[in-house]
Write a protein that binds this ligand. Structure first.
Ligand SMILES: Cc1cc2nc3c(=O)[nH]c(=O)nc-3n(C[C@H](O)[C@H](O)[C@H](O)COP(=O)(O)O)c2cc1C
Length: 187
């Protein structure tokens, strides 16, 4: 697939097959992801690839965090949704947590976030080039202390996203505004 086709056909894949994704493939994609543009070559990213027991622990953390948002987390009627969240997480073949170093200087901090975004997108595109789908999730889970403790993150490191990775069971359809409506040509 050429690069334009790769960019256009990539979708966020929520439904994945249970088939595992080879470590070798993940390593190749990570190898490409670190070549994104990065002002001053700060290389602010660090990736955590969760498999096996680590993925189960993350699934517990995700479920526990969801419980904190519920007025009555022990109510019988909310248990199926909590269990579903846990099971869906455990059944995701690979989960990659992307983190970024939080620089003291405001401008570097901002640029490092952009560069880390680029690395994450490169992970998504690189995976897609092998037919592997991804789903990028953010949200307040990123600041949940048990999640940070699980990864052993120091205070100067921010979780920028959790990437769910696996072969698609279904590729959703999405739409985009034609770029002509978002582009100004100046001469
Ligand atoms: C920075 C960033 C954060 C995102 N966080 C979430 C999220 O927390 N939950 C979610 O369902 N999708 C999240 N997404 C995925 C978007 O919802 C998705 O990219 C969008 O619907 C467009 O679909 P597509 O990726 O298939 O083109 C995020 C995407 C980006 C770039």
């Amino acid at each position: 697939m050429d690069v334009l086709e790769l960019i256009k056909t990539r979708r966020s894949v929520a439904r994945m097959k249970p088939d595992s994704v080879d470590r070798d493939l993940i390593e190749r994609v990570l190898e490409a992801a670190v070549w994104v543009p990065n002002h001053r070559l700060t290389e602010p990213w660090q990736f955590f690839v969760l498999q096996g027991e680590a993925k189960r622990r993350f699934a517990e953390i995700r479920r526990d965090f969801r419980r904190t948002a519920l007025p009555n987390p022990d109510a019988p009627e909310v248990q199926p949704a909590l269990e579903r969240l846990y099971t869906e997480t455990v059944q995701t073949p690979t989960i990659i947590v992307v983190t970024a170093f939080v620089a003291e200087d405001a401008e570097t901090r901002e640029e490092d976030m952009w560069a880390t975004f680029a690395a994450t997108y490169a992970l998504m595109l690189g995976s897609w080039s092998f037919g592997v789908g991804t789903y990028w999730r953010t949200g307040p889970l990123r600041d949940y202390p048990p999640f940070r403790e699980f990864l052993g993150l120091p205070a100067d490191r921010r979780i920028t996203g959790v990437l769910y990775v696996g072969y698609p069971a279904e590729i959703p359809q999405k739409r985009r505004t034609p770029p002509a409506e978002k582009t100004v040509w100046l001469e």
